[in-house]
Ligand binder design. Structure first.
Ligand code: ADP
Ligand code: GLC
Length: 481
């Protein structure tokens, strides 16, 4: 697998969780899985093994020499190769800082993608599959086909974790990818007069996957296709939607070491202690009379933050004014949303906003909140709602993508959460009103919904089985070229 994120080394969102958990699960099933990723500044080298000689990558006329370090994913045999190149990766931030993308990302991730094809021969190790994730490594399938007899090249799989990020660049930047102008027409890179890395990946990969069945269907429509819907539809036979799982060794209230008090479905009453600890930590009044609603998220429009925060019509000021609730938001992202959150946090004593990235606090919010709010405009899979189910924290989600596949709206017959029709302020306000009414009037229903959620399991074992099927299909397509 070639990736820009993997826990515990580098994380901006769910991609990091998904890549590591999938690799570990495939390893447990007996497969030889290795990861290639950049060595960002934050990844310490002192515990890693350094290859005696550098890896040379040729891109057009230029060549790049990177040191390669080797480590392992925790609790596994999965080898991780870190590409160490000061000019490309020796900086803070994975894709950028302060909401601004680095302007050399095309270049940085092109070198990583070329390295994915160069490192195998250097090690005398020939993978049957190279699995890329998202646009930064979506050039790999094209490179794997290029000018080679394909029978001798690895089969390729591309997973689209988020179609909203495509890696679009001016056509004049083609030389940065290492392709020549004569290769452009066949490369699949051209899209609306720009280079589009994700499109090239979708068109060249032997198999394309995305992270939930509903999202796989949605991205083939103009509404959620981000202008690539027809490209995806043209490959629909090679497109599979595989729901992510949860790493329950990390996200489990019974054993979570970030919590002072652990609890199970049987002792869920102890969850109240997590709530009061969280309220104390956040400087909120310690009370169980009002529900505590939590959010942990990248602060971007995908996640519904315009609908929550936009001055004049955003839902958050309304619910904070009109309803007996407390709210905690943990996140980083677009400066505009960070600014609005800080402002609202100063204005409303029942809101605490923490602008930052804090894994421990993310766990304590999952445990201490009563409801978890995720009003996404679109959501390829979403992991936080799955964590919430496990922690007995009732998710409030929109009916889209992976959220639609994993949360069942509460009715008198049952259900696991509150499902909104779509992301808009009035739906969010109504959803939170439903939550407050349930909290005040139906403690038995709260208990039943919690129990139902805590019973759900999204094991990586089953997801990994689907990936193995996708890999087998990719290999057979490659063999038949
Ligand atoms: P996405 O990948 O689109 O950001 P997911 O729900 O799939 O959304 O995954 C988000 C992951 O990132 C979760 O593990 C969540 O806890 C984590 N996360 C997001 N923002 C923060 C933050 N500010 N601090 C800690 N963890 C965060
Ligand atoms: C992306 C998506 C998210 C998904 C994650 C892991 O970041 O936005 O929905 O859960 O990737 O696949």
């Amino acid at each position: 697998m070639v990736t820009t994120e993997a826990v515990p080394f580098a994380k901006s969102g769910g991609l990091a969780d998904a890549v590591t958990a999938l690799a570990q699960e495939l390893d447990r099933a007996g497969h030889d899985v290795r990861l290639l990723m950049p060595r960002y500044y934050g990844i310490r080298r002192d515990q890693l093994f350094r290859f005696p000689s550098p890896l040379r990558v040729q891109i057009g006329e230029e060549h790049y020499e990177s040191a390669v370090y080797e480590g392992r994913l925790p609790d596994s045999e999965v080898v991780v190769y870190f590409l160490d190149h000061e000019e490309l990766f020796g900086r803070d931030g994975i894709y950028g800082v302060g909401g601004e993308a680095f302007d050399d990302n095309l270049h940085r991730f092109t070198v990583l993608s070329h390295a994915a094809l160069t490192i195998g021969p250097r090690l005398g190790w020939e993978p049957e599959i190279i699995h890329s994730h998202d646009w930064p490594t979506a050039l790999v399938p094209m490179l794997a086909r290029r000018g080679q007899s394909s029978a001798h090249q690895p089969a390729t799989v591309l997973t689209v974790h988020n179609l909203g990020y495509q890696g679009s660049y001016p056509v004049g930047m083609l030389p940065k990818t290492g392709l020549s102008w004569s290769e452009l027409p066949e490369s699949g890179l051209l899209h609306h007069d720009e280079l589009n890395m994700l499109k090239a990946g979708i068109l060249n990969a032997d198999m394309v996957t995305t992270v939930s069945p509903t999202y796989a269907a949605e991205i083939q429509t103009p509404l959620h296709g981000f202008s690539l819907d027809q490209v995806l539809t043209s490959r629909s036979e090679r497109l599979a939607g595989i729901l992510n799982g949860v790493d329950y060794s990390l996200w489990n209230p019974e054993r979570d070491h970030h919590l002072d008090v652990n609890y199970t479905a049987e002792t869920v009453a102890l969850k109240e202690r997590s709530k009061s600890a969280l309220q104390t930590e956040l400087g909120l009044p310690v009370t169980n009379d009002v529900p505590l609603i939590g959010t942990v998220s990248r602060l971007v429009s995908q996640k519904g933050f315009a609908e929550l925060l936009a001055p004049g019509y955003g839902a958050l000021p309304t619910v904070l004014t009109e309803m007996p609730i407390q709210v905690v938001v943990l996140g980083t992202g677009e400066p505009e949303y960070e600014y609005q959150l800080r402002r609202l946090s100063d204005r409303f004593p029942n809101l605490t906003a923490i602008i930052g990235f804090d894994d421990g606090l993310a766990h304590r919010i999952e445990a201490g909140a009563d409801f978890f709010l995720m009003p996404s405009r679109y959501e390829p899979c979403g992991l936080n709602q799955l964590y919430s189910l496990r922690y007995g924290t009732i998710p409030i989600v929109t009916r889209t993508g992976g959220l639609a596949d994993t949360v069942r709206d509460v009715t008198p017959e049952g259900g696991t959460g509150i499902v909104l029709g779509h992301a808009c302020p009035s739906e969010i306000i109504n959803g939170i009103r439903r939550a407050v009414t349930m909290w005040k009037e139906s403690p038995n229903q709260i208990a039943a919904v919690r129990r139902a959620g805590m019973k759900e399991r999204y094991a990586w074992e089953s997801a990994a089985g689907h990936y193995l099927e996708a890999y087998a299909r990719a290999i057979s397509y490659r063999a038949s070229v």
